[in-house]
Structures are given as C-alpha cells and as structure tokens.
Design a protein around this ligand. Structure first.
Ligand code: SRM
Ligand code: SF4
Length: 588
C-alpha cells in the first residue's frame, strides 16, 4: 500500500532518467542483458514498448530450469487511425520480419506487435520511424494516441474533427530527444540536454487519453477517456466543442477506491481553443494529480477528489480563452462503418471486420495475406476504427468489387456473413502476452461467440444489435463496462458477468453475476436473454431492456471495485432474476 505523502517510486525513476533515457541504450547494446532493469522497463513504456514473456511457456521452462521467454510488445501511435497503403505494407512486412507474424489492431486505433526479440527492438522501431510513424508516447505517463471518428471521411465537419485530433497529437507529444538518440541516431547524442517544456521531468502522474468526436456519434467511446472533445454543430457548421473529463475504465477487483467511470461534463469552448482546452486539463492533471499511489493517479480520481465544481473552477482559472456553458446533446449512436459506404462523388469505402483486432493467416482464413494484396494491388489508404477493425477507402466501385474478390479468395468473411453479436464484440489480448491477465480473453472469445450465435438464433435474436466484450482482468482494455454484456476475468476460467451498458457507450453496466465459469455464461444469462427475446421493444438493445425492466431510471455512471467484490448473493439475485420473474416485471 502506498504511503500518503511518499512519492511513488516511478516518480523518482522519471525524474532521474535524464528525460526518459535511463540506461535503455546501454542495455540494448549489451547482448548479456536478457531482461531490462525495472527502472528501464518503466521508461521503455514511454518509447512505446513493454517487456513481456510467453506465459504459455512459463511452467515448462521452469521445469527445465530455464528463465522466462522474454520478448517485447511494440505499440505504434496512429493519430485518428490513418495509414497510407505504403505504411500498412511496411507494418505488414515488419510483423513477419521481427514480430510473431501478426498485426494487432487496438481498441484505440493503434497497432501492436507481439513477440519482438530484444536484439530486434531497435531495428523494428527504427523501421517504424522510416515509415513516418512513431512509437513515442504510445504508452507511458503522457498523452497517448489521440482518437477521432473514423468516418464519414470527406464531410468537412469530420475533417475538422480529425484536424483537431492531429493538432492535439502534435501539441502533447513529449519533446525529449531521448527517443531519437536511443532508437534512430544511435550513440552520437546520448548526453544531449534539453527541456521538456510542458511535461517537465516527471511527465504526468499516469497515462492520459483523449478522443475527438461529433455530438451524437460515439464510435470512439468518448466518455471512457481522461478527456474528450464533442463537436457541436449548428447550421451545418462546427461551432465548438463540449469538453468532458475524468472518464476511465480501469479498476481493481475488491478495491473500493478504484472505479470505472463515465467522463463528466465540463464546459463548451470555441473550435480555435479546443487544443488549448485539452492542454489546460492536462496541466491540471500534471500539477495536482496523485503522484503517491499509481492506483489513484488517473485524472478521474483527481476530478473525484476535487469535486466537479472545483475542477471546473480550476479549469476556468487557468483558461486564457472564453469558457461557455455546456451545450445540450442529442442522443448517442454508434456506427462501426463496416461494409460498403459512399465516400464522395464516385468514391467508396469498405469496412472489414477483424475479429479482436488480430490480423493473421490461419488454415481457415488468410486475412493478413488478403490485406497485403489489397494494399499492394489497389493501393488504397486505411483507417483503423475504435472497434479493432479497419476501413479501406478512396475506392472506385470497380476496386470495391476487386477488394471483395480478394477477401473471398482468402476466406475473409464479408459483412453479410458476420453475425451481429460477433460484429459488435471486442476482446483484449490477455493470454499469453499480457502480464496482467488472470483469465483468457482473445483466445476464448471466438468460441464463446459461436455459442452466443447459436443461442441467439435459437431465441430469434439474430437481428439484435448488442455488444459483448471480454477482458482477461478488470483493467478494462476492451471497454467492457459500457457494453450490453461483458465478461471480466477473475481467475483462470472464471469471469464476472456485467449487463446494462450499450453500444452508445454512455453508461455503465451492472454486475449481473459473480464468478461465473466460462462454460456456464449462457446458462446464467439465459433467463434475461429469453425475456429480452420475448418482450423487447422495437430496436431496444439488451442493455436498454435490462435498464427498463430493472427500473434503472438513473443509469449508473460509476462502477467501483468494491461493488464487484462484495455484492452479496442475495443482492445479485435481485438483478439476476429467473425467466418468469423477469416476464412478470416486463408485464408491469
Ligand atoms: Fe490497456 C494495460 C492492452 C486499451 C486500461 N493494456 C495494458 C497492457 C499494456 C498490460 C500491462 O500493463 O502490462 C496491455 C498489453 C497487453 C498485450 O499483450 O498486448 C494492454 N489496452 C491494451 C489494448 C492493446 C487492448 C486491445 O484489445 O486493443 C489497448 C491498446 C490501446 C492503445 O492503442 O493505446 C488497450 N487499456 C485500454 C483501454 C480502452 C481504451 O482506452 O479505450 C483501457 C480502459 C480505459 C482507461 O484507460 O481507463 C485500458 N490498460 C488499462 C489499464 C488500467 C488503467 C487504470 O487506470 O487503472 C492497464 C493497467 C495499467 O495501466 O497499469 C492497462
Ligand atoms: Fe491485459 Fe487486463 Fe488489459 Fe486484458 S484487460 S489486455 S488482461 S491488462
């Protein structure tokens, strides 16, 4: 447990690192070093990489007297998820040359490699930079990849939204030259001294996430982040942004003072002041955020400790631009843009579903080969979505036809072949790469969804639009707590089951059943699913149905770690009613 007034050890590591240099450079140059020191591993995150080990091999290696099979995860920053065909091809080749042959699209429009060996780390990052991409600030206590709506692509308002995202990405990038020295230039400038004008030598207390969208369009899950900008449109013009702050989904089972939370309303600012407004939020966080206990260090805890009113007052005190009142918003929707859509006069875009974001070749489907052929032959640019999928764009209608042929030849399912329950699903990587996983996720989700598909077809629910999300621990990487149904890992094979969020991403789910074995998930959900199948209203999602039946007129904005640990069986039975009990409620 962190002491109240003692700085977290990571603060000293940052302060003494010479602006993120540490001894990473020396460790990379020394072939005897198998695993980086814990100080360097903390700094390595700012450079976009995590040391991992293959958890499947831990036991057998231990039995053979061997240490862990270390390798590195590398995350590439891709603001608003935009890639040229050339960049995609470069990333594709690097996946084979240096990583485990797969590309992993993330829930925040970035990509990850897994399985890069220490000896290849520098060359991989160097080549990523040669493709005019970077890994700097993909992880670490800084502003992460800035997200923005993937489509519509050519609408002037959406172009402005993306412009704001790009400006934010530039504005909040760390200034340290350490990155270039370590990864690009080699030894020559390792002792260069310079300033970090915005962040200072200790950067932010923890990670800081930002997303930009348009009112009513929540394809990026804007309420899940530290800060979000919501574009307000009047008379077909973007007149400014509503600003939200203090969202975040990470929590720890059983810790009452950790919680997942929907971001709070802050204010409205002009378009020209949007970047400065996010910078002000980041500066409050930098100066006042908790630097003692990293479990309490996210912005959401600062907003909670200060109180929303005081936080807004502090924001206004620091703002050197006009701050206006929050503008009322229309209802939220979430469009994933998969399949074929018009882009502009004679141009189209086509969204392809990538299950759990993993682009790979298997015996039954050669998705990686298909995407490579599309990028080589058609040469169309790509946009990554916040749902771990991608859109090929700038296509003529003939190219769309060709693209579909290539997908079919490689057994990649077209949208019409994908069930709704799979289409809107997400799962985090979890085993075997994630060091924090306590249960399977990405590897277990496809089979679980097959069971859901069969059960939904049996109940007549194949048309239902709902999102099922799965994570291997409570950290929330696949944004489970805003989903209609979520499975959150407790221990191997066992999950907490949440119900009550929705695709729109604007409210928290409830804990529905605790400690459910994976093979019993459908059985436990069945009474609710059956009642939903029988009594749902037109276009009503499962989460909405659940909220209506259980009369949750004030949808929950916060879910605490304590709640997920200590809800008693009796309390759970109140939400987890039998079929007849639910039907009775529906009739009321
Ligand atoms: Fe995450 C840590 C993967 C989105 C909350 N996350 C991790 C690490 C790096 C594990 C670690 O610390 O050792 C995971 C790497 C696993 C692996 O093997 O690749 C990891 N997070 C991911 C990705 C790849 C999941 C995915 O399915 O795509 C996502 C990468 C996003 C990106 O491109 O930047 C990812 N992580 C998220 C999200 C969702 C989002 O932001 O939209 C969340 C919840 C939102 C939030 O931040 O509150 C999230 N990740 C966390 C947390 C909990 C943070 C907290 O406040 O407590 C951790 C643990 C930590 O930071 O200590 C974590
Ligand atoms: Fe790992 Fe947990 Fe994030 Fe899944 S949710 S990637 S298990 S940290």
């Amino acid at each position: 447990m962190a002491k109240k007034d003692e700085l977290s050890p990571v603060e000293a590591i940052k302060a003494e690192s010479n602006l993120l240099r540490g001894t990473i450079h020396q460790a990379l140059n020394d072939p005897q070093v198998e695993s980086l020191s814990s100080n360097d591993l903390n700094l390595l995150k700012f450079h976009g990489s995590y040391e991992q080990d293959d958890r499947d091999l831990r036991q057998s290696r231990r039995a053979e007297g061997l240490g862990k099979a270390y390798s590195y995860m590398i995350r590439v920053v891709i603001p608003a998820g935009r890639l040229t065909a050339r960049q995609y091809l470069d990333l594709d080749q690097m996946a084979d040359r240096y990583a485990n042959g797969t590309i992993r699209l993330t829930t925040r429009q970035a990509i990850q490699y897994h399985g890069v060996l220490k000896g290849d780390l520098r060359q991989t990052i160097r080549e990523i930079n040669e493709s005019l991409l970077t890994t700097l600030a993909a992880c670490g206590d800084v502003c992460r990849n800035v997200m923005a709506t993937a489509a519509p692509i050519e609408s002037p308002i959406y172009q402005q939204i993306r412009q704001t995202a790009y400006e934010l990405a530039v504005e909040l990038k760390p200034a340290t030259k350490a990155y270039f020295e370590i990864w690009i230039d080699g030894e020559s400038q390792v002792n260069t001294q310079e300033d970090e004008p915005f962040y200072g030598s200790t950067y932010l207390p923890r990670k800081f996430k930002v997303g930009v969208t348009v009112a009513g369009d929540n394809q990026i899950d804007v309420f899940s982040y530290d800060t979000g900008l919501i574009g307000i449109i009047e008379n077909d013009q973007l007149i400014g942004y509503n600003l939200v702050a203090g969202g975040g989904l990470g929590m720890s089972h059983g810790r009452a003072n950790t919680f997942a939370q929907i971001a709070s309303k802050i204010c409205f600012v002009d378009v020209a002041d949007a970047v400065a407004a996010v910078r002000v939020i980041a500066s409050i966080y930098r100066d006042l955020g908790n630097r003692n206990d990293r479990k309490q260090a996210r912005l959401k805890y600062l907003v909670d400790t200060m109180g929303e009113e005081n936080f807004i007052a502090e924001f206004k005190r620091r703002a050197e631009f006009p701050v206006s009142s929050w503008k009322e918003l229309p209802a939220w929707e979430n469009q994933d843009w998969l399949g074929l859509h018009p882009q502009s006069h004679e141009r189209w875009f086509y969204g392809v579903f990538v299950e759990n974001g993993r682009i790979k070749d298997t015996d039954s489907m050669q998705m990686k080969a298909a995407f490579r052929q599309i990028a080589e032959e058609i040469g169309c640019p790509i946009i990554l979505t916040a749902q771990q999928s991608l859109l090929f764009h700038d296509l003529t209608i003939d190219q769309v036809e060709r693209l579909k042929v290539i997908l079919r030849q490689h057994q990649v399912p077209l949208l019409e072949q994908i069930s709704n329950v799979r289409r809107y699903s997400m799962a985090c990587p979890a085993m075997p790469t994630c060091g924090l996983a306590v249960a399977e996720s990405e590897r277990a989700a496809p089979e679980l969804l097959t069971q859901f598909e069969q059960h939904f077809a049996h109940l007549g629910l194949a048309d239902a639009q709902l999102t099922v999300r799965m994570t291997g621990c409570p950290n929330g990487c696949a944004r489970p707590y805003t989903a209609d149904i979520a499975l959150v890992g407790r221990r191997p094979g066992i999950y907490h089951l949440f119900v009550g969020g929705r695709l729109a991403g604007d409210r928290m789910a409830d804990l529905y059943a605790a400690d459910v074995p994976l093979e019993q998930v459908l059985e436990v959900l069945n009474p609710l699913l059956a009642a939903y199948a029988q009594s749902r209203r037109t276009s009503e999602g499962l989460g909405d149905f659940y909220q209506r039946v259980f009369e949750r007129s004030h949808p929950c904005h916060r879910l605490t770690g304590k709640e997920t640990e200590t809800r008693t069986d009796a309390e759970l039975q109140l939400v987890q009613l039998t079929g007849p009990e639910i039907s009775k409620k529906v009739e009321l």
